[in-house]
Design a protein around this ligand. Structure first.
Ligand code: CP
Length: 317
């Protein structure tokens, strides 16, 4: 748990955050936004080096973390695809790789295709914090920080919200972490629109309902309610399927966000979010709709929230 003190903490799950922790982070995020928007030179991370260790591809998380460090005057040690370019190819263990990288850096940002890898890395790293940049189909806590900030910025609250999450609820780590985040706040209702075979696991549904989140699973577009404050669209996670046939079947059954769908079911003042990458999830024809924030505030908030998290975890603010 963070308990108001971020310094030196590993960040592996949204479950470590309380409402007060999010409030601290959002406060700092506002300051970081000013630095980034105004291109203010910053020395907040001067003298520090942050390792980006990405065992899985990434556009947003990798580049926003790299940009966050550099915007704050720090430096990065960047390794993408260690399984091809590092001594992992020679048989070096994951733990040894983490121990080596921690010797050279002040924090490790880790993305991995295996669920639980971030926790494993946090156990291996004795001296520096590890931040989970997405582990398999488990969690993606820093994505949730930017998603929650985007909602907070738009609505001024994170309680009394009705939303719909669509796509691959079973495998989407961004959905898993965002549901955990929203379960911290009162009177939230989430509709989950997914093909049957990509529903949330029963354990996860029970756990989230126990925390007070109202969860309603739906399976076709006619069940979409008209009162959602936000939609959160996700792609089908092709890389998590064991066969091409299963993936194609799921892809065949999903609902895509189109201008027609918005016209029929969406409120005028709702927002449409997508953690991206966009792969047959949101029709590009929706981009011009001002409710579509995925390439606007949502993407930019990834930079500001990650700047804030780094400054807090590295004890520089
Ligand atoms: N949203 C997200 O995690 O995107 P990347 O995989 O490109 O980092």
């Amino acid at each position: 748990m963070i308990h108001g003190c971020f310094q030196g903490k590993d960040i592996v799950s949204l479950d470590q955050f309380s409402v007060d922790d999010l409030s601290i982070l959002f406060n700092v995020t506002g300051k970081m936004k000013q630095i980034a928007v105004n291109n203010e030179p910053s020395r907040i991370l001067e003298g520090l080096l942050v390792a980006l260790l990405f065992f899985e591809p990434s556009s947003r998380t990798f580049s926003s973390f790299a940009a966050a460090v550099k915007r704050l005057g720090g430096q990065t040690l960047e390794m993408q695809n260690p399984e091809a370019v590092s001594s992992v190819t020679k048989g070096e263990t994951f733990e040894d790789t983490i121990r080596v990288i921690e010797a050279y850096s002040n924090a490790i940002i880790l993305r991995h295709r295996i669920s639980g890898a971030a926790k494993q890395a946090a156990r291996a790293a004795e001296d520096v914090p590890v931040i989970n940049a997405g582990d398999g189909n488990n969690e993606h806590p820093t994505q949730t920080l930017l998603d929650l900030y985007t909602l907070y910025e738009r609505f001024g609250r994170l309680d009394n919200i009705t939303g719909m999450m669509a796509g691959d609820a079973l495998n989407s780590r961004t959905i898993h972490s965002l549901l955990r985040g929203l379960s911290l706040f009162g009177n939230n209702t989430m509709y989950i629109l997914s093909p049957n075979q990509l529903s949330l696991s029963r354990d996860e549904v029970v756990s989230l309902q126990d925390r007070g989140l109202r969860l309603i699973e739906i399976h076709n577009e006619r069940e979409i309610p008209h009162d959602c404050d936000f939609w959160y669209w996700t792609r089908i996670q092709k890389e998590r399927f064991s066969s091409a046939e299963e993936y194609q079947q799921a892809q065949h059954e999903i609902v895509i966000a189109t201008p027609e769908l918005l016209k029929t079911y969406a409120k005028k003042d709702m927002i449409l979010m997508d953690p991206l990458p966009r792969v047959e999830s949101v029709d590009p024809a929706v981009d011009a709709d001002e409710r579509a924030v995925y390439l606007r505030s949502q993407i930019r908030n990834g930079l500001y929230t990650r700047m804030a998290l780094l400054a807090l975890v590295l004890g520089r603010i």
